[in-house]
Design a protein around this ligand. Structure first.
Ligand SMILES: Cc1cc2nc3c(=O)[nH]c(=O)nc-3n(C[C@H](O)[C@H](O)[C@H](O)COP(=O)(O)O)c2cc1C
Length: 382
């Protein structure tokens, strides 16, 4: 199989991932919450945007590079934090990080990763760290400190899950935490032998099912056992004062993830955040959420140009990247798109996803007559 892996768009990678993963893991990666209205609105908002292309602009040289936090990246995209990437592929977090480094785009390490930060840091490239607060706040501060020591230059604090999301399918599939084999998931796992041998089997040979890697040893629980006190994520009591405290403790760039209201964006700017992510967690948090591309314009009017505005949730095509940038985002994050590649082929699959998400925007830019990101920004009004 060549470097294209016979996958010619993200949907092809998605289909390969779906076949390879047990249903319970597949649905964990793919699905939203409740009736999946938020996911549908994310896509509908992208699909509703169209360009009025300009011609005769001489588009033989297209430059999709852009500057984020003072550094140039080859295209306006970063890999979003996704916990449990280690269930899609053996040591999946490192595979994501390596492929991002090779593509020259930033990688956001998830608080819920199943690999130690040290191991992920070894992958190199430009890495950032995403935080969910553990119930024991000293634990959170220690993990954040470690992320800084290891060279993570930006801290993303995720705000859109103040309480656990209502993911009914997790219960239906019997894939909850604590993870237990039962009649429903045993057959599912056994009928996916490549996943069973290549992912679970390799972990078993190495000593067991992965743990929540960012916890100190005394609190680490195998997913089969459930979390001990203090080791659960809990931030229903977090408010602006708490966020400010985190801001003041962190020496690097500080980003709030999960902003959908322009007043929250203004407040983030006022409290000293360097960036925000306009995100509804890929439709995995509040189901009745506004689509992120619908939320973006008011937020850009409020804070655009004064802080870095990322957007995620639903990006599947290069044209989506161009639309987000044209509507005022500085860059997009992609969650599921690289995960599809990971689950299907490991690191080469992630590389393929990133390759597509670099090549497709170039084509769209040429078609609409935008030679640079600056020209893309004018494309929706031109
Ligand atoms: C399987 C999976 C796990 C995720 N885990 C995290 C996480 O640990 N922390 C976080 O802030 N966001 C997490 N997210 C949300 C992503 O960072 C991102 O906001 C979302 O995936 C964007 O939508 P997209 O998947 O349509 O690109 C996760 C998303 C998925 C699909």
């Amino acid at each position: 199989m060549g470097a294209d892996l016979r996958c010619y768009n993200i949907a092809d990678l998605r289909e390969r991932a779906r076949k390879r993963l047990p249903l319970g893991i597949w649905e964990y990666a793919e699905r939203g919450v409740e009736d999946e209205g938020g996911m549908a609105r994310n896509r509908a908002a992208f699909d509703a945007i169209t360009f009025r292309p300009r011609v005769l602009r001489g588009v033989s040289e297209i430059d999709p590079s852009t500057e984020i936090f003072g550094q140039r990246i080859p295209f306006p995209l970063a890999v979003a934090p996704t916990g449990a990437a280690g269930l899609m592929w053996h040591k999946g977090d490192a595979a994501l990080a390596r492929a991002a480094a090779m593509a020259g785009v930033p990688f956001v390490i998830s608080s819920a990763s199943t690999m130690d930060l040290e191991q992920i840091a070894e992958a190199g490239g430009w890495q950032w760290f995403q935080l969910y607060l553990w119930e024991d706040r000293t634990l959170s501060h220690a993990v954040v400190e470690k992320a800084w020591q290891l060279g993570c230059e930006a801290l993303f604090v995720t705000l859109d899950l103040p309480v656990p999301p209502n993911r009914e399918y997790i219960q239906r599939n019997g894939f909850g935490t604590p993870f237990k084999l039962n009649a429903r998931n045993t057959l599912d796992v056994l009928t996916h032998p490549r996943w069973l041998a290549g992912v679970m089997g390799r972990y078993m040979l190495e000593g067991g099912i992965p743990t929540q890697a960012n916890l100190p040893d005394r609190l680490r629980a195998k997913v089969t056992k459930g979390a001990p006190p203090g080791a659960l994520f809990k931030q229903d009591d977090l408010n602006w004062d708490g966020a400010k405290e985190l801001r003041d403790r962190w020496p690097g760039k500080f980003v709030l993830k999960g902003i959908l209201h322009p007043e929250d964006a203004e407040r983030a700017l006022a409290m000293g955040a360097d960036g925000i992510v306009v995100s509804n967690h890929g439709g995995r948090a509040l189901d009745s959420s506004i689509g992120t591309m619908d939320a973006l314009p008011a937020i850009v009017s409020a804070v655009g140009g004064r802080m870095t505005v990322f957007l995620d949730s639903g990006v599947r095509r290069g044209s989506d990247v161009v639309k987000a940038v044209a509507a005022g985002a500085d860059a997009v994050l992609v969650g599921r798109a690289p995960l599809y590649g990971l689950a299907a082929f490991g690191e080469p699959g992630v590389a393929r996803a990133l390759d597509l998400l670099q090549a497709e925007p170039r084509g769209t830019m040429a078609m609409i007559g935008a030679r640079s990101v600056a020209e893309v920004k004018a494309a929706l009004t031109a």
